[in-house]
Design a protein around this ligand. Structure first.
Ligand SMILES: Nc1ncnc2c1ncn2[C@@H]1O[C@H](COP(=O)(O)OP(=O)(O)O)[C@@H](O)[C@H]1O
Ligand SMILES: [Mg+2]
Length: 224
């Protein structure tokens, strides 16, 4: 479970997020919608402890982030599959190696790393690109690779910032389908986007963020 309780995180001049309460439980698919500068990335970064709240509490599993020791951050993040807007792919490693790196960091055996990496690369549709380098992939494929890497450790939730940014409509809809298949297999979702219309009929819960304030929640049925 992910829960934000009255979370405020401000930069100078009052920018940031203010008094946000939000819960992402098992089976939830939450989409944060808002214009550029609304605070979407700030909210997501607060969840994965890229920075700490100024006030309020963020709970991820059994971890309470406001008072947590920095040493615990890596362990807490294993509950989350994190895809930053920048993707942060390792350019001099192949598709396979980008994903297998996670298993190496976690100290998995070669066999376990290989099996988990191939399984997740198959799920995202990159099985035929194992030896390609990130720069040889399309933007959509690069995003699939970042998703594969986030999923290899089987996290409770996928947290993704602008999953559809800078993609043409067809490619974006392909990513939406992939996200739906990941959600259908039990991974909770917390996404930030300004292109909510592309999520169509999927069972998303939409929260609108305006100048740092969460102003509205609605369910998929009300999107139409
Ligand atoms: N590191 C930072 N230092 C100062 N201001 C920031 C920083 N990051 C974001 N902001 C400001 O906080 C607000 C929210 O930014 P952000 O969370 O990136 O919004 P979004 O992701 O919705 O575009 C914006 O006004 C932005 O300029
Ligand atoms: Mg952003």
């Amino acid at each position: 479970m992910i829960e934000l309780i009255r979370v405020t995180r401000e930069y100078r001049k009052g920018r940031g997020i203010h008094d946000i309460s939000l819960r992402v439980g098992k089976g939830d698919w939450v989409v944060i919608v808002g214009h550029a500068g609304a605070g979407k990335s700030t909210l997501l970064r607060t969840v994965y402890a890229e920075h700490r709240p100024d006030s309020g509490e963020v709970i991820v599993g059994d971890y309470r982030l406001s008072s947590m020791n920095d040493r615990k951050i890596p362990k807490m993040r294993r509950l989350l599959g994190i895809v930053d807007q920048e993707l942060a792919l390792v350019q001099d490693r192949t598709v396979y190696q980008n994903v297998a790196l996670v298993g190496e960091v976690l100290g998995w055996s070669r066999n376990k790393t290989r099996a988990a990496s191939l399984r997740v690369l198959n799920r995202v549709g990159l099985y035929n690109h194992l030896d390609a380098y990130p720069s040889q992939l399309s933007f959509g494929e690069q995003r699939r690779l970042a998703i594969a890497r986030a999923l290899v450790g089987d996290p409770f939730a996928l947290i993704m910032d602008e999953p559809l940014g800078h993609l043409d409509q067809e490619t974006a809809l392909g990513i939406v389908d992939l996200l739906a298949s990941i959600h259908a297999r039990g991974t909770a979702m917390l996404l930030a986007t300004h292109r909510v219309e592309l999520f169509g009929e999927n069972p998303i819960r939409v929260h609108t963020l305006e100048r740092g304030h969460l102003t509205l929640a609605r369910n998929a049925e009300e999107n139409a």
